[in-house]
Write a protein that binds this ligand. Sequence first.
Ligand code: ATP
Ligand code: MG
Length: 370
Amino acid sequence: MFVKSLTLTNYRNYERQKINFSEGLNVFWGDNAQGKTNIVEAIYCASLGHSHRTRQDTELIKWEKEAGRIALDYARSGVAGKVELTFAQNKRRQISLNSHPISLKDLIGNLNTVLFSPEDLFLIKGAPGERRRFLDREISQASPVYYHELIKYNRLIKERNALLKGIRERNTRPQMLDVWDPQVASSAAAIVQKRQATITQLNRLAAKIGKIISGDMENLRLEYEITGLSEKMTLEPEKWYNEKLAQGRETDIIRATTGIGPHRDDLIIKVNEVNLKTYGSQGQQRTGALALKLAELEFLHEATGEYPILLLDDVMSELDRDRRRELMSFIEKENIQTMITATDAAYFPEGLKARFFKVKQGAVEEKPAE
Ligand code: ATP
Ligand code: MG
């Protein structure tokens, strides 16, 4: 899978820019605030339908313009595809695939990407929601069935919570929950089983990429934490959820929220059996986040048979020289199309096979490293 070209029109600080990519490594370098991350962000948008930096479409439109547009040409298993996204003030965004309008759920899974950016430190340091989103995004890119299940589950929880509120306010009969709970339990079990299977696979892959990240990270291990589970699950997951939902009903009604389920679970990341969130150094947390992303890359490779596009924003400045070299040779060896940004071209080893693009004030120009 690779991106052939990207055309930006009134997107962020670009008025009109076309970029033709190499199928291998593409380096975008230049000073701060010139538009490097904007390029990576646009490719991410074409893959998942939204930016990694904002949920406000209007922020993506060039200031004082009415509408902005991303058009991206790609090839997958030798078949060409074109994704277009149009953002307009006060209007819903429009997405099209090969010139046919499509919905967001039909966009996901066409062009797969894995992004690593400085904000990913929150994957380790942040709240459980960050880690759930990481897992969900990754599984969804490989499995539309999972993505649909997730939408269904979230809807069920929203409806159940509304029901709980109705019961608390004595407008609704508590028996209504008997209709909802088995559906919630069945969907919860499906999601949790898929997440657990993915984590088993990620643990295997994390060992494979250990070398790139070197030393410390070799013992990276992920564990799935189910809320409300103190020991091993002895029942079949669906039965367990049915029981737990019944047990928690009274508290759930008082709080008008559902206390257990995959929407409350967490992913625990350990190095040498110690929780990275609580005890990891800043550097360990950074490399931990990168290791997770590379495991995600391998996961999508296994699941789809093709490497996704790797988007690395500002990663070079965070790695020491040996790790930079290991990372570059991994990308070269596996032939992964990569877009990488850096403030300085000197971060890249000499003789590296790559296309260099200089980014300056919303303009991109192919130019060898200085
Ligand atoms: P750094 O090295 O600091 O990360 P960068 O090259 O990655 O910098 P970007 O985040 O890609 O920088 O681009 C930032 C520039 O884009 C800033 O100058 C910002 O003011 C401008 N910008 C952001 N949104 C818009 C917009 N909607 N319209 C016009 N310009 C914008
Ligand atoms: Mg940037």
